[in-house]
Write a protein that binds this ligand. Sequence first.
Ligand code: NOJ
Ligand code: CA
Length: 718
Amino acid sequence: MKKILTLLIACTAGALSAQTLQSPDKNLILTFSVQEGGKPTYALSYKGQEVIAPSHLGLELYSSNEVQFGEELKKNTDVNTSLYDGFTVEKVTTATADETWAPVWGESKTIRNHYNELVVTLRQKSTDRAMNIRFRLFNDGLGFRYEFPEQKNLVYFVVKDELTQFAMTGDHYAWWIPGDYDTQEYDYNHTRLSEIRAVNAQGRQANLSQKGFSDTGVQTSLMLKTDKGLYINLHEAALVNYGAMHLNLDDKRLIFQSWITPDANGAKGYLQAPTQTPWRTVIVSDDARDILASNITLNLNEPCALADTSWIHPMKYVGVWWEMITGMKEWSYTYDLPSVHIGITDYTKLKPHGKHGATTENVKKYIDFAAKNGFDGVLVEGWNIGWEDWFGHAKDHVFDFQTPYPDFDIDEVHRYAKSKGVKMIMHHETSSSIRNYERYMDEAYRLMNKYEYPAVKSGYVGNIVPRGENHYSQWINNHYLYAIKKAADYHIMINAHEAVRPTGLCRTYPNLIGNESARGTEYQAFGGSKPNHTTVLPFTRLIGGPMDFTPGIFEMDISKNNPNNHSHCNATIANQLSLYVTMSSPLQMAADLPENYERFPDAFQFIKDVALDWDESHYLEAEPGAYVTVARKAKGSDDWFIGNTTGIKGFTSKIALSFLKPNTRYEATIYADAKGADYKTNPQAYIIKKQKVTNKTKLSIPAVEGGGYAIRLVPVKK
Ligand code: NOJ
Ligand code: CA
């Protein structure tokens, strides 16, 4: 249901009054005006408090002599470079929408999309060009984007900079990671805005591909908290055909400005009207739980583009993976190859080094384990040739995604898995050679269809080929989407690692069932992550969509798996269980080794039982960096699951189970940190307690730093 009201305004710049727009509940007010010099400007308030102080909007374009174009295009791009001043308001349109839609999978069965909208058509007199700014104001925040209607004087153009400002009203606290064109795999910093420069100057955690751009550059989704207790989240939605947005802080004036990831030539977006930018989002509340419950990012994406989604299924999986990540096994097959030539190198004549993880025999062990414990799938990495020199050379033709190593019998693995009712999950490490992946994509997806692999984990480690490109620029972002759309043609689900951070595109393409795009559990075996990392991720990375975080580590002392690896997983077992609930995802891995689960069968039971898809979610307690408690009802079932993840210091969670069905008794199985649990020195200390509860029950459960709890609630049959 959408009501549209159009106001035609005949005006001169001087006579312009500001436009205001209220959220449906009237708590948020957006003000738009064209300020001196014809500069579009917006501001946002929440319950009378300023959230975004007056901030300019606009873009700067390349002029034709700055961009290398052919003569034809040059004619169309010979433009005045400003799309940020000289504007007057030509037309203002308002509308309101209130609809409910059903995601294919997710945190709730239905999602309400309720907003008031303001579209301002701006005209730049000197160039006779039009640009719209579309604002949507929800009860929990704002989305806005630039739109470029079809017109004679703006056809092909190249964005040099997007000049969107987010002017802060004070020196807020921020949970931030450094701006980077090539990696998002950082621990979060928690500082005031004015401290970002000094922390950045101390250097950054190393990654296999990284490129910073400014001492005050940060990534979105950025989580902020004001001294008055307001929570503000800045991110983007529907990132399509454009570079991903970073934010750069002017730390004297405390103004963030959009900083779009450039391509190898520095361009932020090659556009052709009619078109639009992604949405810029500001989620706001005085209650941190509302930030986690917000559906703005999904609502600003287009509805599902797939006619048939019956083949999309949430999956719980194990895999031949942690063995390699901890260094016990290897992805490669032999040490006898200085380099690989795909199509020429004959592996059958080479001596195996004996540490290859993806052998038929080892894979069968995982298939047996999956079948025995009710898992849907088994991921196998290192099954295909090319790993001997996959990294470090920005190599173009590195994998073919279809030739198995001699000790991985793809026919037999398929037969065996099928006989046990287990699906195999494909792995495509592209080593960031985009061209090579696209070269083989159809054949690779066809092979998956032949062997009935329903899902692929893809990866983009290392520097991008074409060389000089960045991980989050327009061209590469188009590649990630191309892979998702093409996979849909083959009924394949995608879980892309190291790809651009998600922006809600899983609404439109629900076969995008997972992304990594942040610091995942693998870092617990690469030296460790901060113990409160998983209390920050729901407020940052997860705002854009689910994460393949790969939780479930039970053996925190990594040297117990591999004596040469002295990393420590900074979490308790109860914390690891809670993540299956606090980090909602339709794709969940039990990442540890089967033998580590066999040592703790009673705790492992929770991972076996936990649901992947939900009818309802209720955020009960939340504070970034400190704790997140959420209750979720399993889809199509009366079972509930509750998770609490605790961060920087111990926390006693106090919750009321009022969301449960009235007049019903449930058996609660509580998996919690035991007395004396400590994420460093005593992480395996947990207790399991059973008790009967109803919707009148109140629980008080202590959790330690880096700890938490998980609860399963099942109605008691009368
Ligand atoms: C990095 C990914 O995050 C990890 O899960 C994978 O095992 C390696 N790349 C190899 O592809
Ligand atoms: Ca990774």
